[in-house]
Design a protein around this ligand. Structure first.
Ligand SMILES: [Zn+2]
Ligand SMILES: [Zn+2]
Ligand SMILES: [Zn+2]
Ligand SMILES: [Zn+2]
Length: 245
């Protein structure tokens, strides 16, 4: 059922060449059809349309079209039924002679189809030149992008280096601080030992003042808080801000 339907759906289109309307004795295939005269012409009969300036301007030629094809909306004004032989550049539309004198197009820039074709081709060529110019600007933009990418890579590298330096400074601070605190404890112990080894009361009491100070210092050692703030570390941050790009 469906197979039969499909076969019927496909129309067999026969190719029928459009013939010259002016060759009366023989069937000569047409080269062009004049939309205004509404006739199709062979190469020989086309000559007048191709060589007479006024015909060239006002008789638009098209590929050979059978008479039925000419009445299609593409070449006739739907409002006036006349040939669309002018082009309104302002409205970008084809109009017939009646349209062209109506108020709607009165002040508009109107051309015959061939000269509108010429003008618009010229316009498109200019457009192409402008696009080529833009493309060049695009290339400049691309190289700018590359430069910016490189600059960012350089500053990223710089930042990574400086952050590592900052970490090293902080680590050194911690190590120094720990060493200093352990040192205070050791000094206190050495002072105590030295004082204890003094048998002479006078000498012992003289040393005791120093021992007392060292012991106080060792007692004050706080292993968690109070890392000494020094200039080095605080210098890095403004430097980063200044040179970090
Ligand atoms: Zn002919
Ligand atoms: Zn004609
Ligand atoms: Zn019209
Ligand atoms: Zn117009």
């Amino acid at each position: 059922m469906s197979t039969a339907g499909k076969i019927k759906e496909e129309p067999t289109q026969e190719f029928q060449p459009v013939l010259c309307d002016m060759c009366l004795d023989a069937q000569v295939p047409a080269m062009k059809t004049c939309l205004k005269c509404e006739i199709s012409m062979c190469a020989q009969h086309l000559q007048a349309h191709l060589t007479t300036p006024v015909l060239l301007q006002t008789h638009p030629l098209t590929k050979p079209t059978a008479p039925g094809g000419l009445s299609s909306g593409a070449v006739r004004c739907p409002e006036h039924g006349k040939l669309l032989e002018y082009y309104c550049l302002d409205d970008r539309t084809c109009v017939c002679v009646s349209c062209s004198i109506e108020d709607q197009h009165r002040l508009h820039n109107m051309k015959t189809l061939p000269s509108a074709h010429k003008v618009l081709v010229e316009k498109l060529r200019e457009e192409m030149i402008e696009l080529a110019e833009r493309e060049k600007q695009g290339e400049a933009l691309k190289s700018w992008e590359t430069k910016q990418t490189n600059a960012l890579e350089v500053s990223t590298e710089y930042l990574v280096k400086r952050v590592a330096a900052l970490r090293d400074i902080a680590l050194t601070k911690v190590q120094r601080s720990v060493t200093a605190r352990l040192g205070a404890i050791q000094t206190a112990r050495q002072n105590i030992e030295a004082a204890l080894s003094e048998e002479d009361a006078h000498m012992f009491l003289q040393k005791f003042a120093g021992v007392h100070e060292a012991v106080e210092k060792a007692r004050a050692v706080d292993f968690i808080h109070g890392l000494e703030e020094e200039a080095e570390r605080t210098e890095v941050v403004p430097d980063l801000l200044k040179n970090g790009h």
